[in-house]
Ligand binder design. Structure first.
Ligand code: ADP
Ligand code: MG
Length: 239
């Protein structure tokens, strides 16, 4: 599981995460909602060791991310997809996907390519395997980005607003892939502004407000008038 225990993060005088507790168990799909600036991306960046913690601890399957050896192990079970498609521009879709399995997991090239083609096929992009990122639409790039994360066979998938730079049609194609993944039991921690989609695929919803967790509820409770909606801040956000 991903275990976040009283995590604090400051940037100068700005307290961005203020005692956040969160647990994600294998098989869960947990969505993180909250206004812009509430600390969602910072939390994701803390989990994959891109930010140093100012307090508390994070473990991924027991590996502490604030320890270099632990972080290496944690990164092997946890893959992240970001808002902006950070594909390597000089590599084809296939090469972007096979790079880490070959370099990090030491998967033989032939096998890595077979697996990458199967992943591309699963997102409807097999025929684009040889295309460079500049030759792909935003939605296609983000689908390749998801394949690249899945190629590492992660136990956990962290997604930070992966559709917010896409137009509605491309958003729909990426969300369809994520719904399929959620349905197949992939554990996901999902930062999103797509509230209806979060409601549809999540087992739990957490709400961040000014770096604090205002709610951590099963999805139906979160949207219930006497549940999450009973909190004025959440009701205001959802309206
Ligand atoms: P969200 O993803 O919910 O929009 P962020 O986690 O990106 O929020 O940001 C939370 C707060 O932390 C914001 O006030 C933002 O300006 C600040 N912040 C984020 N990253 C940095 C950084 N590297 N340096 C200084 N402040 C930062
Ligand atoms: Mg963000």
């Amino acid at each position: 599981m991903i275990h976040i225990d009283r995590v604090a993060k400051r940037f100068g005088a700005n307290t961005v995460l203020d005692g956040v507790d969160l647990r994600v168990d294998p098989g869960e799909v947990v969505s993180i909602l909250g206004a812009s600036g509430s600390g969602k991306s910072t939390l994701i960046r803390c989990i994959n060791g891109l930010e140093k913690l100012d307090g508390g601890a994070i473990t991924v399957d027991g590996h502490r991310v604030d320890d270099p050896k632990g972080l290496r192990e944690a990164r092997r079970c946890c893959a992240t997809v970001f808002q902006l498609f950070n594909l390597y521009p000089h590599m084809t879709a296939l090469e972007n996907i096979t790079l880490a399995p070959i370099e990090v997991l030491r998967t033989p090239r032939r096998q890595a390519e077979d697996e990458a083609r199967a992943l591309l096929d699963s997102v409807g992009l097999l025929e684009r395997a040889g295309a460079y990122p500049s030759q792909l639409s935003g939605g296609q790039r983000q689908r390749v980005g998801i394949c690249r994360a899945l190629a590492m066979k992660p136990r956990y998938l962290l997604l930070d607003e992966v559709t917010s730079a896409l137009d509605p049609e491309m958003t729909a194609e990426v969300l369809a892939i994520l719904a399929k993944l959620a349905g197949s039991g992939t554990t996901m921690l999902f930062v999103t502004h797509e509230i209806e989609f979060a409601r549809h695929i999540s087992s739990r919803i957490v709400f961040l407000d000014g770096g604090r967790l205002l709610a951590d509820l099963p999805t139906a409770r979160f949207f219930a008038p006497d549940g999450g909606l009973a909190q004025p801040r959440i009701a205001q956000f959802l309206s």
